[in-house]
Design a binder for this molecule. Structure first.
Ligand code: ZN
Length: 408
């Protein structure tokens, strides 16, 4: 039998030791899964389902084997609790070490870790990977910019681990204080989220470092299950620990390589809280072929957005990430925009509001024409483009509120 399938069957058998999958897969026998097609008929697991298993319903091993708990931040009510065995904790560190090695780090590096420590998986994952690599870990956690920069200078940190927004803030502070020549950073390991090329260039330029995107989510170990390499063409995924699929988020159908869809992960070795066909809601695609860096691990593309933000208009699937990218290439357009989708007289109408510093009237009208035409060329839909002044669109904490679908 195919190795992948036998690995998946083992994972399913093990998962069914826990209360959650015992119930969810009731009537399913792992022995009956004879092909990948059979596997693809299994139901997905979603974050909502995991909330229902609160607190320890996901646990698939006896209590004495659990050595640690993590939790994904519950922005809406009940958090998700993920129990880890000693092997899970070690496996995670092995994957994280591999990430650092892919970024070219060695035991001579000094790794400045700004993600938070606690129930959340961030900081401690960066830490464990650094220690396994034999590098010097600087467990800073977030905040206190003065101290961050002092330690960065005095301890000669060579690697910055941060979210993109915190990396940008530190880069700006370093610039403002005129201490860039006292900084020894050479690499940045940045938690993957959708962030534009403009921001990436600014951080890399201001800090004078090479940046690597690290991928992960608390439900599947945490950050460190994949990372970009020097070729900067997507992120390598450590598929000896998990199996991934890309699905159509609306229909659940498996998509062919190269097509954009939602990343779904099945853990192959996780003991404490195994997950089968877990929907990450991250939009990406599987990149075909072998990477020029020589690593054999398959790659996914840089995240394009969240599947919850994806909308279909006149048969065209619209990803907000693609709109960000498009607007970033047009001079005179700010990064702020809003999309309204309405259904009028039997037709879907897409209105794109964007901000510009140009004067309203003639100059703005010309820009509207250009935006509409480039939108049509690159996205395949003709929008009604409407220019507004800088600061006129509402600012929101969450980027996901850029698209308003008023059709239903
Ligand atoms: Zn590569």
């Amino acid at each position: 039998m195919d190795n992948t399938l036998s690995g998946i069957k083992n994972a399913i058998r093990h998962a069914m030791n826990g209360a959650f999958y015992k119930e969810r897969f009731k009537g399913i026998d792992a022995e009956d899964i004879a092909s990948m097609e059979d596997f693809q008929k299994l139901p997905f697991t979603d974050k909502e389902d995991l909330r229902g298993a609160y607190p320890l319903g996901l646990q698939a091993v006896p209590d004495e084997e659990i050595v640690r708990i993590h939790s994904s931040s519950g922005t809406t009510g009940t958090p998700v609790i993920i129990p880890y065995t000693r092997t899970d904790v070690q496996d995670w560190a092995v994957m994280f070490k591999r990430c650092y090695e892919t970024a070219g780090l060695t035991n001579l590096d000094r790794i400045h870790i700004t993600p938070g420590y606690g129930l959340w998986t961030a900081g401690i994952g960066f830490q464990a990977g650094a220690e396994l690599l034999g590098a010097m870990a600087l467990p800073m956690g977030p905040g206190n910019t003065d101290k961050q920069i002092k330690i960065m200078i005095d301890l000669k940190s060579t690697v910055l681990c941060a979210t993109s927004s915190y990396a940008l803030l530190l880069a700006e502070e370093i610039e403002k204080r005129g201490v860039r020549d006292k900084i020894h950073l050479r690499a940045g390991v940045i938690g993957s989220e959708r962030w534009g090329e403009k921001m990436r260039k600014r951080i890399a330029g201001e800090l004078g470092v090479k940046l690597y995107d690290i991928y992960g989510l608390t439900e599947i170990y945490g950050p460190g299950i994949g990372i970009s390499c020097d070729c900067e063409r997507g992120m390598h995924m450590w598929t000896d620990y998990f199996y991934f699929e890309i699905i159509d988020p609306k229909t659940g159908e498996l998509l062919p390589e190269g097509e954009i869809g939602e990343l779904v992960i099945t853990t192959l070795r996780k003991e404490g809280a195994p997950l089968i066909r877990y929907r990450t809601h991250d939009l990406t695609r599987a990149l075909p072929g072998k990477c020029e860096c020589g690593l054999d691990y398959p790659r996914i593309d840089t995240l394009i957005g969240r599947s919850d933000d994806m909308v279909k208009v006149r048969g065209v699937i619209l990803f907000p990430g693609k709109v960000d990218e498009l607007l970033a290439t047009i001079d005179g357009v700010s990064s702020e925009y809003q999309i309204m989708i309405d259904h009028l007289n039997g037709r879907d109408i897409l209105t794109l509001f964007f901000e510009t510093q140009l004067e309203m009237g003639e100059p703005a009208a010309a820009l509207e024409k250009q935006v509409a035409s480039e939108f049509k060329d690159r996205i395949g839909l003709t929008p009604k483009a409407k220019a507004v002044g800088i600061g006129e669109l509402p600012r929101s904490e969450k980027k996901s509120t850029r698209v308003f679908d008023n059709r239903y």
